[in-house]
Design a protein around this ligand. Sequence first.
Ligand SMILES: [Cu+2]
Ligand SMILES: [Zn+2]
Length: 175
Amino acid sequence: MKKYLTIAGIGLALALGSCTKEAKEIASATLNSTATSQTIGKAKFYSLADGKIKMDLEINMPERADSTVAVHFHEHGDCGNMGENTHGHWNPTNEPHGKWESANYHSGDIGNIKLDNKGHATLSVSTDRWNTNTGNIKNIIGRGIIVHGGTDDYTTQPTGNSGPRIGCGVIEVIK
Ligand SMILES: [Cu+2]
Ligand SMILES: [Zn+2]
């Protein structure tokens, strides 16, 4: 019996080992309130074995409990002037604003996220629209991430009419 448990243990260790190998954290962004500068969330980016990049996003805004916020990648990694310095939506493929994984959308149109009764939410997305290659149009490093206080209607151009910029962060490479 003990022998089988040891074999199972080795199997588990191998599985965990290959898992960490497939998902390497390559970039991250800390999201801060534009009003108070307090941290309201975090985005972590991982490179996957299939070449895609995965983002694990977490938001903590107790003051926004039971509401919906909208998240986009914006063009510039400058959160000054209440997030306005990030300018408009990052749009490397010259598409209209839209809903994630619809026919057309900006490559950072993450969209609406429902916060629970504690103001907490998590979201994971994987895509081949992103990379971290210097000089490549899909490179997400240095882009801004904006959390909006309203909801994205997915149709108004080019913003989705998503409301004020309540949170902001910059995607930074992890070396
Ligand atoms: Cu936005
Ligand atoms: Zn957009």
